[in-house]
Design a protein around this ligand. Structure first.
Ligand code: AMP
Ligand code: ZN
Length: 456
């Protein structure tokens, strides 16, 4: 299996530390809000990686964190904790927020047929490991204390910047970081933040009450569950310059050697050629797709048509084409299901495997499946081979395409609830919220109306 390593910028054969098994860490969601379809593209990449490894004979053992504390509004340690902010705005506790959005997240990934990682540890369950990690860094002279927390001193780690290959001065000049005068270098990052008394989530530590930095969470949890050194670490490309640079600094400072053998990053999903953002009202959820008649499998199929290292542009037209092609593919495969022709498919299996093992070339693997499906013979062998390919693709190719569950009805209820809220009929609004909840739907009110997701 050849994989592209962001650190070395080369594609190499994976050499697992324990042959036949690959330890993987994937940066998971910050559970303060619904995950949008761009986030989902990153988790689809993780899923295709795990399925491809398994297909090529390497059993993945994956850990994906759930960040329920410490991820600040700006990745560069500025601003409020995302969970605390969401809790304040929604008048709930951060734990309630985390629980609700974690459930929504699992609902989303299950609906996309993303296999759940072997472990999904929560940051708040691992505060002790994080404190211990920071203590060792302090003992080794990599950390220093200032009035608002403990920071990592990047000047002590000469390899800082090697993943992004960014010149630090340029990075800083372009960054909109609020300068903290007490920091020795603007890129020094928080390992531990001291919490003011009113801060909702805080724990005792050798440096007083506080909470962990976002980056230390991943380093500490990866180490706990995968050991000092492991095979693969994944995330989105946005993690390269700050989050993963910082993880590398922390873990290598602690171990005196690299912790990760292969760094892999999934490219972004764009919408209409640009960034997804709340202000443009285009950070769609799976439920927004469902409202227009697209199922999670249509979205998965759409994503399967682009390589994970290429940007992918989302448009409704492209979704429509994906929907049509997906149904067509399933229809063609059905036509083979009871076919009695004999066909030699070894060549197709070999090219499919080659595509998958060439740094996860899922689009090519899919095109090989199309070629096989379009053979003139009608053959159960073709159907069976397609089902084997689907162990990697995860497109549920043997199932009738499902239509989304009663979305019209759900939308009508949401609309009725909006109207009730407008008329200050809060009793009815709450009743509808509970009714939806009993059907496995969680709602979030935004200035542009309610959004929702299915819960598992
Ligand atoms: P977050 O919950 O914000 O930490 O992000 C979860 C994951 O989604 C991370 O791996 C991000 O890199 C990834 N991500 C965020 N936006 C996009 C996007 N537009 N396309 C693909 N992945 C994204
Ligand atoms: Zn991470």
């Amino acid at each position: 299996m050849k994989l592209y390593n962001t650190l070395t910028r080369t594609k190499r054969e994976l050499a697992p530390i324990n042959p036949g098994r690959a330890g993987m860490y994937c940066c998971g969601p910050t559970v303060y809000s619904f995950a949008h379809i761009g986030n989902m593209r990153s988790y689809l990449f993780m899923d295709w990686l795990r399925r491809s490894l398994r297909f090529s004979g390497t059993e993945p053992f994956s850990v994906m964190n759930i960040t329920d504390v410490g991820h600040l509004v700006s990745d560069a340690d500025e601003g409020e904790d995302k969970l605390a902010k969401s809790a304040r705005e929604k008048e709930k506790s951060p734990y309630e927020i985390a629980e609700e959005y974690t459930a929504a997240f699992f609902g989303d990934i299950d609906s996309l047929n993303i296999l759940r990682p072997e472990l999904t540890p929560k940051a708040t369950d691992h505060i002790a490991e994080m404190i211990e990690f920071v203590e060792v860094l302090m003992q080794k002279g990599y950390g220093y204390e200032i009035s608002d927390g403990i920071y990592f001193d990047i000047s002590k780690f000469p390899g800082y910047g090697k993943l992004s290959r960014l010149n630090l001065d340029d990075q800083q000049a372009g960054a909109r970081v609020e300068v903290n005068d007490e920091k020795r270098h603007p890129a020094d990052f928080a390992l531990w933040k001291k919490a003011p008394p009113e801060h909702l989530m805080q724990w005792p530590s050798p440096w007083g009450m506080g909470y962990p930095g976002w980056h230390i969470e991943c380093s500490a949890m990866a180490r706990k569950y995968l050991g000092d050194v492991f095979d693969i670490h994944t995330g989105g490309v946005d993690h390269i310059p700050v989050h993963h640079e910082n993880e590398i600094a922390q873990s290598e400072a602690l171990l005196g050697r690299p912790a990760v053998n292969v760094w892999m990053h999934g490219e972004f999903l764009l919408v209409d050629g640009g960034k997804m953002s709340k202000s443009l009202n285009n950070n769609y959820l799976l439920s927004d797709l469902a409202a227009k008649g697209f199922t999670p499998m249509h979205y998965r199929f759409f994503c399967a048509n682009a390589h994970y290292r290429s940007k992918l542009n989302f448009t409704w037209d492209a979704m429509q084409s994906a929907k049509v092609s997906y149904s067509r593919l399933i229809g063609i495969l059905q036509s083979h299901k009871n076919g009695e022709d004999k066909v030699d498919l070894d060549g197709y299996l070999a090219s499919f495997t080659e595509a998958v093992e060439d740094d996860l070339n899922i689009p090519k693997a899919l095109s090989i499946l199309w070629g096989m499906a379009r053979l003139p013979q009608k053959s159960k062998d073709i159907y069976d081979m397609a089902m084997k390919f689907d162990e990697v693709l995860g497109l549920k190719l043997g199932e009738e395409p499902v239509t989304q569950q009663a979305d019209g009805e759900i939308l009508a209820l949401i609309e009725e609830r909006q109207a009730a809220r407008k008329n200050k009929n809060f009793a009815r609004a709450d009743e509808i919220r509970d009714l939806l909840k009993s059907r496995g739907i969680v709602l979030e009110d935004t200035p542009d109306g309610a959004r929702y997701s299915y819960v598992k």
